[in-house]
Design a protein around this ligand. Structure first.
Ligand code: FAD
Length: 624
């Protein structure tokens, strides 16, 4: 497949975090195998998830790297694949992508079935580039990449050997003398390899004879040899890749060697790593919808759908601790996830099918979920997208927001419904959440932070039902605090200490300290299953347990926010045999209508009969 880099991105249906303005090649389930396998260049692919904060923060670095090594593209291509895209998700399972972002190196000419080698992300773009150089050197040492520029050090002490096996037209040989561990020589070779009629080779300081011969005693150093045996030592002010490239290029320009345009000038991709939330937006937010704390049923359902159909099945095998965590997660969903009758039955059956297993494949779990869903549909509302968790752009909010509100809903409803039970386990939902976040949540960085928080204070502090709700609230606020002004912060939904002062004036004392009883009351009110907004729920879903009072309460809230939503279905209480008030009313109306029609027909019949009788008598009298 000989596509220019730009064409890959033009063909891609969705770009995820990488638009057409970057040099990152967008791969997907359709083009991945055709592109990556059997090519003369190697590939470095980022498997990421567009909702994952760590991936969003990593994206500018990845784009920078792709721009930086763009001149190496016939040796290595830099690409990315979005595992959050539903089409790509099974593919990420096949490649056993357990966390995001994951970097995989694919050798030149690799065969289909090779899953790539994990590459360390490091902390900086330079770290990844150096790791990449390691991989490329290894490739060539193992005999691959024979058509690549030679990055193996020149070991001979006879410079005449430099001119063997190179085309006649090669005029200059640049020797970069450096220490064994240095990356500079390889990088310069790769940067400038498309310049014709020259060769650039590394000489390491262990080749003492050649160093002596060339009079090189400091490393790195640059020496040029002409075929005619002229030798020019070139002075480079700093040991930098850019300056070495610059020096070689200016030497070549002086000697009238034609240079390809823009060669050896890595174009930096500029992207801010800071949030673009202005102070004004932060202030404006104080007055915005969010402060009313609405929780939408479709967001909760979207969350567990993503978790059950994408996040859990991405694991190839689930056993041991992850399987235990899955069982606990399903158990709390069955108990406390607010859903309709079919949803509840679906969760119960799912839990039942998993509870006795000692090992499970991710793919099998997905099949169980899908077959139960097909058997019992409609199970979910199948809305088009997020409502409360909708971001101002696709990369913001969504699933992680949904996961937070789902777990707040579970902890709160557990306490509201069973908190008075003397056998109530205050840690049950939190332990289930911790297990889920530890073993399944794709955002590795979030998972690590959450585990650290739990380790520090969860089991110690949560000694009563109410404390489970408050612990999660305070843990979430710690994350909010850490993410203020972060790149992942949605400008329309700045990170705040929750609830805002405006939303809950009673939640803070005069000194600004939290009044936890008030916070608890606020959270119980917001996350109670009775407050959940059933907007956007499919017509054939039936809303249970939502009393008229709640409907009015929600309506009032929505009116207060100025949101233009219709409250559908909310006040339709269910009756037996799947009939609701609407069905019954329709029957009564039809019944009454048909009775009226029958009466009218009857009257018409009587009137006509009388009229005919009269006409007959009249006729008879006339004849007489
Ligand atoms: C367990 C977990 C750990 C995470 N850790 C990290 C991390 O370490 N680094 C990172 O970059 N991202 C992390 N994330 C993602 C991050 O916290 C946000 O979810 C993401 O940035 C989306 O933010 P958001 O604006 O939608 O609001 P979110 O923070 O997702 O909040 C969703 C909704 O919850 C409500 N809410 C907010 N705060 C509270 C509170 N204290 N108590 C109750 N309700 C509240 C609000 O209505 C808000 O809209 C984590 C996510 C989860 C689920």
């Amino acid at each position: 497949l000989k596509l220019e880099d730009k064409s890959y991105n033009d063909l891609a249906k969705s770009h995820g975090l990488y638009g057409s303005d970057t040099k990152v090649i967008v791969l997907n389930v359709t083009n991945f195998k055709k592109s990556v396998y059997g090519t003369s260049n190697a590939w470095l692919v980022e498997f990421y998830n567009s909702w994952c904060g760590a991936c969003q923060r990593f994206a500018p670095m990845w784009s920078n790297l792709a721009a930086d090594v763009h001149d190496w593209r016939d040796v290595i291509k830099i690409a990315a694949l979005d595992c959050a895209d539903d089409d790509n998700n099974p593919f990420c399972r096949e490649y056993e992508i357990m966390h995001y972002p994951s970097l995989r190196f694919f050798s030149a000419n690799s065969k289909v079935g090779i899953l790539g080698t994990e590459v360390e992300k490091g902390k900086t773009e330079e770290d990844i580039r150096h790791n990449l150089v390691h991989f490329l050197k290894k490739e060539q040492l193992e005999g691959r990449g024979s058509n690549w520029p030679n990055i193996i050090p020149y070991r001979s002490n006879d410079v005449l050997n430099l001119w063997k096996n190179v085309p006649e037209s090669t005029r200059f040989a640049f020797l970069i003398f450096e220490e064994k561990e240095s990356y500079l020589g390889t990088e310069v070779i790769l940067d400038l390899h498309s310049i014709k009629n020259i060769q650039i080779r590394r000489v390491i300081n262990e080749n003492e004879a050649l160093c002596k011969l060339m009079g090189v005693f400091t490393f790195p150093s640059l020496v040029v040899l002409e075929r005619s045996q002229n030798v020019f030592p070139l002075k480079v002010e700093e040991n930098s890749r850019v300056l070495f490239c610059k020096q070689i290029k200016s030497f070549l320009q002086e000697h009238k060697v034609l240079l390809p345009e823009n060669i050896g000038n890595p174009i930096a991709y500029s992207s801010s790593t800071k949030s673009i939330v202005s102070t004004k937006q932060r202030e404006h937010f104080e007055n915005a919808v969010e402060q009313f704390g609405l929780v939408f049923q479709v967001d909760l359902e979207n969350t567990i759908q993503y978790s059950l159909k994408s996040e859990i099945p991405v694991r190839k095998f689930i056993s041991g601790h992850p399987l235990e965590a899955l069982k606990k997660y399903l158990s709390v969903l069955v108990k406390y996830f607010p859903t309709y009758a079919r949803g509840r039955m679906f969760l119960e059956k799912l839990k039942f099918k998993v509870q006795d297993l000692s090992t499970l494949k991710g793919q099998i779990f997905l099949e169980i979920v899908e077959s139960l869903e097909a058997e019992m549909k409609p199970v979910f509302s199948n809305s088009d997208g997020w409502l409360g968790c909708k971001g101002s752009e696709k990369r913001y909010r969504g699933y992680p927001c949904g996961l937070w509100i789902t777990f707040h809903t579970l902890t709160t409803n557990a306490v509201i419904e069973n908190g008075n039970d003397p056998n109530f386990n205050s840690l049950e939902v939190l332990e289930a959440m911790l297990g889920y976040i530890t073993h399944f949540f794709g955002c590795q960085e979030c998972s690590r932070h959450f585990q650290e928080m739990a380790e520090k204070s969860m089991r110690q502090n949560v000694t009563s039902p109410e404390q489970s709700v408050l612990w999660l609230w305070s843990a979430h606020n710690m994350v909010n605090k850490r993410l203020v002004a972060d790149l992942t912060e949605d400008p329309q939904h700045p990170k705040v200490q929750f609830p805002t002062e405006k939303a809950c004036p009673a939640c803070r004392g005069p000194d600004g300290r939290w009044i936890t009883e008030q916070v608890l009351a606020y959270l119980k009110q917001m996350y109670s299953r009775h407050s959940i907004v059933h907007v956007g729920v499919m017509e054939n879903q039936r809303v249970e347990n939502v009393a008229k009072a709640d409907t009015l309460h929600v309506q009032a809230k929505l009116i207060g926010t100025g949101m233009n939503y219709k409250i559908g279905m909310v006040d339709k209480k269910r009756l037996g045999w799947n009939f609701n008030i609407f069905d019954i009313s329709l029957c009564v109306v039809l019944y009454a209508g048909s009775a009226v029609i029958l009466i009218l027909v009857f009257i018409k019949f009587i009137v006509r009969k009388r009229y005919r009788k009269k006409a007959y008598i009249h006729d008879l009298l006339g004849k007489v």
